[in-house]
Design a protein around this ligand. Structure first.
Ligand code: GCW
Length: 837
């Protein structure tokens, strides 16, 4: 009988790991294992006493009940008066003092902060979640539930938390038609066809995720702003979104267009100093605040990438910012003026030109000229969310102006939803970087942007999130860790990357130590891995910067006005940004930092090519040459992703099936892409430098057979652009209406083999492929992946591995391709290797 019971239990086990979509992210409140559940059931009092009627406190109450029910299978009683029985008491300090002074915490709690305490009074045990304001109560509640979920003791709580920074906000680049600029998780959760979505429940659920991290503001439309957002007809739409977020204490902000006085206001000018324009902004602000009284404020992108700005009317950024800020001021609104101002039509032939200089050059002389509700919103690096950049020198420059740091959660240059890249370690490097902005004290970026260094009253963090309608929010389960990490850092940038990722993993995938260790390790190494197979040594990402920012295109950065130059040519590589001989960028830092970046000797290897132009034979600190480092790092990067795939496979059965399969597919895809990157970047630099790889790998691929060298029926040879996107610079394509074949002769020894087919899966057609070995069909598939490319290039380069085939010398391997619409069943190569599994 026992045996049978065990068997039944075993059979039931997989169903415990029920399919999860990722929708609940880190707020799953999955049932705890029996031992833990028993422990917490004893420790968690059975009653929840709610002392406030404010909306966020009501949300906190519901969350407590939901969390305890989910994790412990217990539904606590909810009451509003303190009796003598053990209870969880939630409320502001004022509310608790009134209702039960013996439970009130001593000392003060700061805005949005909270305390969690276990208090024994009259023989009963209370868990007291107290805060200075209603938001703090909500944040304290989430913190309490998080402790249970990750397995921390709640027996003797005595803890107080204060957020590091007052501004912990999110930006969205959502267009009113429902598309998202640089969004990779589906269409907008806010907008559809120029209006707020009918069903905004997703927005409310998103608000819950944000609140759980202490995020309390969210701008809801693209910084490339549609002027219509300020039209009277549109205000009710904003009000609806604000209403959907309000239960979670998340304020709405909007991005505005600087030309609005003309486009929306019917004026002849948008000159910020013109009285009619001043009146326009004032009236607009009054009108919006009537519709949304708790609006957080405005965000503005001006004089950048084609957006109109004050330069068009001969005014300064300060003139522009102050006029709008003054309109917001009476309502308590804040104004975020983006520091991302640069000229995208720069002359690339002038070696002194440098986009990295732009933010400093634009804002330095205006320091002190901005009103106190203006914040300069500065991207972490001086270029644009590249895989590695130094901290923007502007952080260390502004002393009398509020600033906030803009970090990008959506992985625009970081592999989008298709590559796992955990950004917290990268953000931390910037946040912890000491800008040496005041003699004798440490002035890390985190202290500067929160106003601590120069005693500004406010400052903080904004993250560009761009979630979408996909169930997983980002289109990649592991990418959720970036939103989580952003929120945790905004709350407390002193947390370590490891702490953050372990916490996230426990909440998202459970407490199994092997799961936690494996996922944390993948995440923690993923940024370096991505950097290794994209653009190391400060080269920037090396992606197609004039296209989709996804695949590799080494030269896309060059010979155009966008200024993301790396200046790689036959002789050498890197951009000379020194003050002595280069663009002078290094001199924008304070002297102690400038000294580091000014010379090749002092510059850390990771930023060498960002700061200097060197020959390929330049020795790094490790003694390796630059060119050999480029080769090696690309091999290392691609190998690391291959290892992630295997690491992930060890979690089968420990992670629910659905997310297991999704992540496995994502990592396999990434492993394939890392090889494309490896071969493309290395191939490009080999061609430019003519210096061979000391280890003989580059340009030499054992087991690889180029499609253009196969015996082709119907297929035509195509020169691929950029050349490095295809092995041997060529691919083959099948003209529409045909069925084509590429045949390869196998001449190796008889045995078990895996065949990798490298083909191109563009997103405007679904071609079919079949593989035959000496006439026997062994595999078939369609190229139906959703990738961000319509062209035969590195972004569409895809691979199919046909595993475990018995091959004999003389076998003919035939790939058949049938095009569909824009997809030409293009092939790059096949590789034949002894079977792995
Ligand atoms: O990184 C660039 C993006 C643009 C974006 C811009 C910005 C919203 O490619 O899509 O525009 O930055 O930050 O304004």
């Amino acid at each position: 009988m026992r045996r049978v019971l065990c068997l039944i239990l075993l059979l039931l086990l997989p169903s415990v790991l029920h399919a999860e979509s990722g929708y609940d992210a880190w707020l799953r409140y999955a049932p705890l294992d029996d031992v833990s559940a028993r422990r917490y059931r004893d420790a968690v009092p059975p009653v929840v006493i709610v002392l406030g009627a404010e909306t966020p406190i009501q949300s906190a109450r519901d969350e407590l009940v939901r969390g305890i029910k989910g994790m412990l299978n217990r539904t606590p009683r909810v009451e509003s008066r303190v009796s003598g029985d053990a209870a969880i008491v939630i409320g502001t300090v004022t509310q608790i003092r009134q209702a039960a002074p013996q439970l009130a915490p001593a000392g003060s709690i700061e805005t949005d902060g909270f305390s969690l305490r276990t208090v024994r009074a009259n023989g009963a045990r209370f868990v007291v979640i107290a805060a200075q304001n209603d938001l703090g109560v909500l944040y304290g509640t989430f913190a309490f539930l998080r402790k249970i979920a990750v397995g921390e003791s709640i027996a003797d709580l005595d803890q107080k938390e204060t957020p590091y920074s007052p501004i912990r906000w999110i930006n969205h680049w959502d267009n009113l038609d429902g598309s998202i600029e640089r969004g990779y998780g589906g269409r907008s959760i806010f907008w559809e066809n120029g209006r707020a979505r009918q069903d905004l429940s997703r927005v409310t659920d998103y608000g819950r995720l944000l609140a759980s991290l202490g995020i309390n503001g969210c701008s809801i439309n693209n910084v490339n702003a549609d002027p219509r957002v300020l039209s009277p007809e549109f205000l009710p739409q904003i009000a609806r979104v604000a209403e959907a977020l309000r239960p979670w204490g998340v304020k709405v902000l909007i991005s505005v267009d600087f030309g609005s006085p003309r486009t929306i206001g019917g004026l002849t000018t948008f000159d910020p100093l013109d009285p009619s324009v001043i009146a326009f902004w004032k009236n607009k602000a009054d009108e919006i605040y009537r519709a949304v009284p708790d609006l957080g404020g405005f965000v503005l992108k001006a004089d950048s990438e084609g957006r109109i700005g004050p330069s068009a009317v001969g005014r300064t950024h300060a003139d522009a910012a102050n006029v709008i800020a003054r309109a917001l001021k009476p309502h308590g609104g804040l104004f975020f003026y983006r520091g991302f101002v640069y000229d995208n039509r720069m002359d690339w032939r002038n070696l002194k030109n440098d986009r990295a200089r732009a933010a400093y050059d634009n804002f330095k002389d205006l320091d002190g000229k901005f009103d106190d509700n203006v914040f300069i919103q500065i991207k972490n690096g001086p270029i644009d969310f590249q895989v590695r950049e130094p901290a923007s020198p502007l952080f260390g420059t502004l002393e009398k102006t509020n600033q906030i740091i803009e970090l990008q959660i959506t992985q625009e240059y970081m592999g989008q939803a298709r590559h796992t890249v955990f950004l917290v370690p990268m953000w931390k490097e910037v946040l912890d970087f000491d800008m040496k902005a005041r003699p004798g004290v440490s002035t890390p970026v985190k202290a500067l942007v929160t106003g601590k260094t120069f005693n500004r009253s406010s400052g903080g963090f904004v993250g560009v999130s761009n979630v979408g309608l996909e169930e997983s929010w980002y289109g990649n389960q592991l990418s959720q860790a970036n939103l989580y990490g952003f929120g945790r850092l905004a709350w407390n940038p002193d947390l370590s990357s490891k702490q953050i990722v372990e916490e996230w993993t426990r909440l998202t995938f459970g407490n199994d130590p092997k799961v936690v260790e494996t996922i944390a390790n993948v995440q923690l190494t993923s940024w370096r891995t991505y950097e290794n197979y994209t653009g190391p040594l400060g080269l920037q990402t090396l992606t197609d910067i004039v296209g989709n920012h996804f695949g590799v295109a080494v030269e896309a950065s060059e010979r155009n006005g966008w200024g993301q130059w790396h200046r790689a040519d036959e002789q050498g590589v890197g951009m000379d940004r020194s003050a002595a001989t280069g663009t002078g960028f290094a001199g924008q830092y304070r002297p102690e930092v400038a000294k580091i970046y000014e010379t090749v000797e002092n510059t850390p290897d990771d930023l060498l090519l960002f700061m200097h132009h060197v020959p390929y034979t330049q020795k790094l600190k490790s003694g390796k040459t630059v060119i050999q480092y480029i080769y090696d790092s690309h091999y290392e990067g691609a190998e690391s992703v291959e290892k992630y795939v295997n690491d992930w496979k060890s979690l089968r059965g420990r992670v629910d099936d659905r997310r297991y399969e999704e992540v496995l597919a994502q990592l396999k895809y990434q492993a394939g892409q890392a090889i494309v990157w490896r071969d493309a970047v290395n191939g490009w630099f080999y061609k430019a430098s003519k210096i061979p790889d000391a280890r003989g790998r580059v340009g030499n691929y054992p087991g690889r057979f180029e499609a253009e060298a196969a015996s082709l029926t119907g297929y035509r040879v195509l020169s691929v652009t950029p050349f490095e996107a295809a092995s041997g610079e060529k691919a083959v394509e099948c003209p529409a209406g045909n069925t084509c074949t590429a045949a390869f002769k196998f001449n190796g020894q008889a045995g078990w083999y895996d065949i990798t087919v490298r083909y191109f899966d563009v997103n405007n057609g679904i071609a079919r492929y079949r593989v035959r070995v000496s006439g026997q069909m062994v595999d078939e598939w369609t190229g139906a992946d959703r990738v961000p490319s319509r062209r035969v290039d590195s972004g569409s380069s895809a691979r199919r591995i046909v595993e475990g085939l018995a091959l004999r010398p003389g076998d003919e391997i035939q790939i058949e391709g049938i095009p569909n619409e824009g997809e030409t069943a293009a092939l790059d190569y096949i590789e034949i290797h002894p079977a792995v599994n």
